[in-house]
Design a protein around this ligand. Structure first.
Ligand SMILES: Cc1ncc(COP(=O)(O)O)c(C=O)c1O
Length: 402
């Protein structure tokens, strides 16, 4: 016999998934509604409007794609790419390569512009490369979760706009934690997810795009045969499930029958977004910034080093150098087992060298920051690391008491 699951309670200070907001979790246990029930359609309509606020956009189109954030990235890229199209991908961290993976499968001609992961690009460097490569699409990551660096992009966006190039941006790790300006930065499609600063379980991607993109979608629209024999299109998008031209019509007044919506997830998303908006986006960003300062102060006070340039670090992720002679995974395991706190390791060349403390959404709370700093100090002390003891929490408290 299998017994009922017993899920331990955790303090999650990773860069996602983070602790879901209790209001969102409560909403997710409400009764199921049919996907075309007028009560559910009203929830969808409100979600569409709320998604736009953290993106900083007045775009008509904004909705959720079923699937984790990469479903939105894939939907965005395959909406624009036709085989042989040139895509320029500036790489200053791991997730840029995910964009490349998706473009490769869509049979694009990919040009990577690569650099060390310790800082983002100077915008001029990217613009010079755009001039050389002349791509149809520039695809970039706004906040690189694996190395904690964040890219400025308004000049790149402006250059793309002036030259009729599509600018696609992954905002998965910054949406809801850092002010975003999709319209002002000239971003054509922006993508986010639910499990980070929105404080909702993983499972949906959030997307917004402008009229330029909508024109492409209109030109590639094909309706399913079972619904209509008339709307065929030789240039249709290569995926049915992730076809934005159909999804947009599912989320609009037309309400075409596409997938069966994950209605409980949409309830959670509604409440996650609503709680942010109720707090006030300026307050949400200020809370993330203050907790970030407290984390950085605590880590510095312990005498630990950081990976990468602190001036361009995302407020939502802090990458910390694992001290010489300390087994990173042992420390993480002790923190989880004895303190109930989770922090993250990293990827690629940073695996085993860097820990990451996340500071996102409902997890971005003073009590969590103090808890993670105490747990890290306790674990490092237990394993004999050479750190300044008793300083980290004091330094963080100094930030909060300012
Ligand atoms: C910047 C960034 N892009 C994309 C992804 C992929 O998101 P998901 O795991 O939700 O598909 C992540 C996940 O951590 C991310 O941090």
């Amino acid at each position: 016999m299998f017994s009922e699951i017993s899920v331990p309670s955790r303090t999650i200070m990773t860069p996602g998934p983070v602790e879901a907001h209790p209001v969102a979790l409560r909403a997710m246990s409400a009764s199921i509604l049919g996907q075309f029930d007028p009560a559910f359609l009203q929830i969808m309509d409100e979600v569409k409007e709320m998604i736009k606020i953290p993106f900083g956009t007045k775009n008509e189109q904004a909705f959720a794609v079923d699937g984790t954030s990469r479903s939105g990235l894939e939907a965005a890229l395959i909406a624009l790419i036709e085989p042989g199209d040139k895509v320029l991908i500036p790489v200053y961290g791991r997730f840029a390569y995910l964009l490349g993976e998706i473009c490769e499968r869509a049979k694009a001609e990919i040009h990577y512009l690569e650099k060390e992961w310790d800082a983002p690009f100077e915008q001029e460097t990217v613009i010079e490369e755009i001039k050389k490569v002349q791509p149809k699409i520039v695809a970039m990551v706004h906040g690189e979760t694996a190395n904690g660096q964040m890219q400025s992009m308004e000049k790149i966006g402006q250059h793309c706009k002036e030259n009729d190039i599509f600018f696609v941006v992954d905002m998965v790790a910054t949406y809801g934690g850092v002010p975003l300006e999709v319209d002002a930065w000239g971003v054509d499609i922006a993508i986010a997810g639910t499990q980070k600063c929105v404080s909702v379980p993983s499972g949906l991607s959030l997307i917004t795009y402008n009229d330029r993109v909508e024109k492409v979608l209109t030109s590639r629209y094909q309706k399913e045969l079972g619904l209509s024999k008339d709307i065929r299109n030789k240039n249709h998008i290569s995926s049915n499930y992730l076809d934005l031209s159909q999804l947009q019509r599912y989320w609009s007044e037309e309400r075409i029958n596409h997938h069966t919506e994950a209605t409980s997830m949409i309830y959670g998303l509604h409440e996650g977004l609503r709680m942010m908006i109720k707090e006030g986006m300026e307050n949400v960003y200020a809370r993330h910034a203050q907790n970030d300062q407290a984390i950085v102060a605590g880590i510095k006070a312990m005498g630990l080093g950081f990976y990468g340039d602190l001036a361009t670090k995302m407020p939502t992720v802090t990458p910390i150098m694992i001290p010489e002679g300390i087994a990173g995974e042992q420390v993480r395991a002790l923190m989880l087992d004895e303190f109930g706190v989770e922090i993250a390791s990293s990827f690629g060349a940073l695996q085993g060298k860097v820990w990451r403390i996340g500071n996102m959404g409902y997890s971005s709370r003073k009590s969590n920051v103090l808890h993670v700093l105490s747990a890290l100090e306790g674990a490092l002390n237990y394993y004999g690391a050479d750190i300044a003891k008793g300083e980290a929490v004091k330094a963080a408290l100094t930030i909060y008491k300012k």
